[in-house]
Design a protein around this ligand. Structure first.
Ligand code: GDG
Length: 755
């Protein structure tokens, strides 16, 4: 049970807000989001609704004038339907360019794969920034420590980061209700905007998308544009980690499944059935939008009437289009086109007693909408692109009679969960016509089986579960993120480690080489150890209580040449080979290197394509270095190389590791952690320390006991306990460790002598 307040932020407040006789009136929303949050609050709060301090806050705009709201607000906050409502007011000059401009004339078409409809206007973007800033101010005004902030949708993609700047520790989630497009489309946004949008989103702790495809598209854009790597679905930025995951939104299943038991709804359904007599009914319900595929759908229906002419006079298509954004030119044009097509098809095929398409451009009362779902034989939902599409889910859920066939576009997010529908390509008129024919003649048993399976799935993950899942994941991720936070080594921490070191008898110290003991060099051979380091290793390694392990990605030969004469043990190739002090080299675990010949040509190709890069071949790994390439090109090629390698890694036995300006491939089953465990298991040590600077050292840090010490060089997020600011801090710390020990011993001796 958590009793943390929830702040929801969306472009619009999710209630109907009207003005009657100068007074503002609220009426309930039929949207699933409100009921899901209410259900979540009931489940998680000990006293839902009764405690106004803890009731969820909803921040958003409304069409009611600011002055009216202000009059109402003078009497305190607005509480409605168990929510505290906090209206945001965006000046008209900003609102139009923000909402109709950037949101719906740039982002919406681009994210729905209509790039040619997208307008790229600086002024639109400026107003988008401004509107997000106004939202930010409102959230800051409402925010209380410990609140959970959940931001919704493409209107507010800059808001997470704007908030993060003011509230560095806040818990912030973001959910995108529309598709996240492939990188090739996203990159069409001007550089500044696309970077700012991605950085804006990364201000959140958890980012939710409807489908795995959208998650993958987003991760690729992050890699290509910002250069931040991800491990599975966790993105590592220089100072934080952000989780990206799939949360397919759903509906209030119960509300729709009980529809048929409501007498008004059922009477309405019967009225429709009676009017149609024995004519079959096809329905569709969409907001007016070119992305909903209405034009292709109408053409497909026409094609159906032509090709399967036996259905003429035996089928009616009710096309319900809900008014939306009709001041935007493309929407106006779509409406005109729909109306032209409807009238042409009706004119061509209709007769006095039969109109093939019944077109309505309006919003239906909720019960009438349900009646339509219940009366339909076929629901024809064929968007060109749709984040999810709730109508498809609502239709299936409402059919407790298990009848009715759903035809659904494969490009709607909902198709990932509704595989028992007849899935179609929304551009393929022949396929859609065939699907209508198949649906109209589908045996009742088959309809029942398909619907039952889909209903079960929808019931299991309804919108209540969706909200619960998102919020609980957000809290879990936040907790994990805290553990990864950068914690710089302070004098106090240094002293504590030195103190522990001084009083220990058996010490194990793992030290990475490049970037840790020596600064990173332009070329690997230029980073040879200097005299100061060699003498330090001699002293520290020469202490009989110490076992020093130099653990590096370098090949055996290099480590041999540089360190074999010193009192240290060595680990080469990220753990593939090791050499215990005074003993010969050994291979850590038997692994397979048969993948190498397939990878070498790929790396060579990238070397040819990018001047200054080179391939380093080791026994069980290959490294492509791009430190000396032109910065932008090197980075771009490194992203392309990762993508090429990711594909190959699905059928070859190697893993990809991204280091500092190097992409490395190495045999699966070896890492620095596995090698370090050999030492940790061999003997009990009362002091363990590991220092490293790179991603590959994270495996090492993970195996260091929690009571001991791990330090990552650089103020980067890490599983290591602490961070050093820079490489040169390592040597000075090692020196302090050594000297302090001597000082302590000397003091001890002196004190004894005096005593
Ligand atoms: C966006 C994404 C994603 C429709 N007509 C009437 C009416 N509706 C209700 C439906 C449904 C909702 O409106 C439409 O939801 P969709 O999901 O189909 O589409 P968008 O509005 O584009 O929503 C979409 C969604 O966000 C959620 O994340 O699925 O992909 O584009 O609930 O029932 N309701 C009433 N009368 C109508 O005439 N009462």
């Amino acid at each position: 049970m958590i009793n943390r307040r929830l702040i929801l932020v969306s472009n619009r407040l999710p209630f109907r807000i009207t003005e009657k006789k100068g007074e503002i009136e609220f009426s309930p929303s039929s949207g699933g989001l409100v009921s899901s949050i209410k259900s979540y609050i009931q489940k998680t709060n000990s006293s839902p609704g009764s405690n106004k301090d803890n009731c969820p806050v909803w921040i958003g705009t409304s069409d009611i004038a600011e002055k009216k709201f202000k009059d109402r607000l003078q009497s305190g906050s607005i509480f409605y339907d168990d929510f505290e409502l906090a209206p945001v007011f965006i000046p008209p000059s900003t609102k139009d360019k923000f909402y109709n401009g950037f949101c719906n004339n740039t982002i919406w078409p681009l994210f729905h794969y209509f790039p040619s409809y997208a307008k790229f206007s600086d002024n639109y973007y400026e107003q988008y920034v401004k509107a997000n800033t106004i939202f930010c101010e409102k959230v800051l005004e409402m925010y209380k420590p410990n609140d959970i902030i959940w931001i919704h949708d493409y209107h507010l993609m800059l808001l997470p980061e704007l908030l993060r700047e003011h509230l560095p520790n806040a818990t912030i989630g973001f959910f995108l209700h529309i598709p996240f497009p492939s990188f090739e489309l996203f990159r069409l946004l001007p550089s500044k905007w696309r970077k700012e949008i991605l950085n804006g989103l990364l201000g959140a702790d958890l980012l939710g998308f409807h489908t795995n495809d959208y998650v993958q598209h987003f991760l690729k854009s992050i890699r290509q544009i910002l250069g931040f790597e991800n491990t599975l679905r966790i993105i590592t930025t220089p100072d934080r980690s952000v989780t990206v995951d799939t949360f397919p939104i759903s509906i209030d299943y119960y509300k729709f499944s009980k529809a048929s038991t409501d007498s008004d709804t059922f009477n309405e359904r019967n009225k429709i059935k009676k009017r149609l007599y024995d004519t079959k009914l096809i329905i569709s319900v969409d907001r007016l939008d070119y992305a909903k595929g209405l034009i292709n759908r109408l053409e497909s229906f026409e094609f159906f009437l032509e090709k399967y002419s036996e259905h003429k006079r035996k089928v009616v298509y009710i096309l319900l289009v809900v008014p939306s954004r009709d001041i935007i030119t493309k929407y106006k044009e779509t409406k005109r086109e729909i109306e032209g097509l409807v009238s042409r098809i009706n004119g061509k095929y209709g007769s006095i007693d039969w109109t093939p398409i019944v077109y309505q451009y309006k919003t239906l009362e909720f019960k009438k909408l349900l009646a339509l779902y219940l009366a339909a034989d076929v629901a024809l939902i064929t968007p060109m692109r749709d984040g999810m599409n709730l109508v498809a889910k609502e239709f299936v859920a409402s059919r407790t009679d298990k009848r009715g066939v759903l035809i659904l576009s494969e490009t709607a997010g909902a198709s990932s969960e509704l595989g028992e529908a007849i899935l179609v390509n929304p551009t393929d008129r022949g396929e859609i016509a065939g699907a209508i024919q198949q649906a109209l003649s589908m045996p009742v048993e088959e309809q029942t089986t398909r619907n039952e399976t889909m209903q079960k799935r929808l019931q299991e993950y309804d919108v209540m579960k969706w909200a619960e899942d998102f919020i609980s994941q957000l809290l879990i991720r936040k907790e994990k993120q805290e553990k990864l936070k950068v914690k710089e080594v302070t004098t106090q921490i240094e002293n504590q480690i030195i103190e522990h070191y001084s009083h220990s008898e058996s010490r194990l110290i793992f030290l990475d080489y490049d970037g840790t003991l020596a600064p990173l060099a332009r070329l690997p051979h230029l980073a040879s150890p200097g005299g100061e380091l060699i003498s330090l290793l001699k002293t520290v390694g020469g202490d009989s209580k110490n076992e020093i392990v130099l653990i590096s990605g370098r090949p055996m030969e290099v480590l041999k040449g540089w360190f074999e004469h010193l009192p240290v043990s060595l680990v080469a190739e990220h753990g593939a080979f090791y050499k215990q002090r005074g003993v010969d080299w050994r291979q850590t675990v038997p692994v397979n290197a048969s993948w190498k010949p397939s990878i070498i040509p790929v790396l060579n190709l990238f070397t040819e394509r990018c001047a200054g890069t080179f391939v380093e071949e080791k026994t069980l790994s290959l490294a492509w270095h791009y430190r000396n390439a032109e910065k932008e090109l090197g980075f771009l090629r490194s992203r392309e190389l990762i993508n090429a390698l990711v594909e190959l890694s699905s059928h070859l036995d190697f893993q990809i590791i991204e280091g500092n300006k190097v992409i490395e491939t190495r045999a699966r089953g070896i890492d620095k952690g596995i090698a370090a465990s050999l030492w940790l298991k061999k003997k009990q040590h009362d002091f363990v320390l590991a220092i490293g600077d790179d991603k590959t050292d994270e495996d090492l840090f993970k195996v260091i006991p929690t009571t001991q010490y791990s330090i990552r060089v650089g103020l980067t997020q890490s599983v290591a306990k602490y961070n050093f600011k820079q490489q040169k801090d390592v040597l000075s710390f090692l020196k302090k460790l050594q000297t302090r020990k001597q000082v302590t011993i000397e003091n001890h001796i002196t004190n004894n002598e005096v005593g």
